[in-house]
Ligand binder design. Structure first.
Ligand SMILES: Cc1cc2nc3c(=O)[nH]c(=O)nc-3n(C[C@H](O)[C@H](O)[C@H](O)COP(=O)(O)O)c2cc1C
Length: 173
């Protein structure tokens, strides 16, 4: 798939098979994430790759509780790649968002389904979320959660994109 096709055909998928994703595909996604541009080359983001089912389920429950629901906000996806970024870098939200974009587009190129799931910021402001990071030697107070990139194999056809709004682009020629 060429890059332009990848960018226009990627879709957010909200139904997943439980099938595991090969580690080499996750590694390729992670590498693509780490090559996202960052302000002044700061590399302010980090990516926490969760393939462990217990931790994946724990994070799903935490995310659901933040929005006051008891559904699985990860839609059954077996893998969650959490992007966080160093709060002390002024461009950290932009940096982390581009990492998320790279992850989503890399997933599509590799034949995987994905979706950005919100509330990563709130997840790691909780004691439970901070404890997950502490287990990796990461001090949660230094980072802001940017997004959860869920990954897996689509269970069913991928959705059609909405038409693009008419006034998306303005030109000054
Ligand atoms: C910042 C951000 C937060 C999002 N949060 C969620 C979410 O919590 N749950 C969800 O199902 N989709 C979420 N999405 C996916 C969007 O709903 C999706 O990108 C949008 O509907 C357009 O669909 P497409 O990605 O297939 O083009 C989020 C996307 C972005 C960029």
């Amino acid at each position: 798939m060429n890059t332009l096709d990848c960018l226009t055909t990627r879709r957010s998928v909200r139904a997943y098979k439980p099938d595991a994703v090969p580690a080499e595909l996750i590694d390729k996604m992670l590498e693509a994430g780490t090559f996202a541009p960052t302000g002044m080359g700061s590399q302010s983001p980090i990516i926490v790759a969760i393939t462990n089912k217990e931790v994946r389920d724990q994070l799903s429950k935490l995310n659901a509780s933040i929005m006051g629901a008891d559904t699985d906000p990860f839609y059954g996806a077996p893998v969650v790649l959490v992007v966080l970024a160093r709060k002390d870098v002024p461009t950290h939200v932009y940096d982390g968002s581009l990492v998320m974009g790279n992850l989503l587009n890399a997933a599509h190129e590799l034949g995987l389904a994905s979706c950005w799931i919100h509330r990563a910021k709130e997840e790691f402001e909780t004691e439970e979320g901070a404890a997950i990071l502490a287990g990796l030697g990461i001090d949660a107070s230094e980072y802001e959660g940017i997004g959860n990139c869920i990954v897996g194999y689509a269970d069913g056809p991928e959705p059609e994109p909405k038409p693009r709004k008419e006034d998306y682009v303005y030109r000054i020629a």
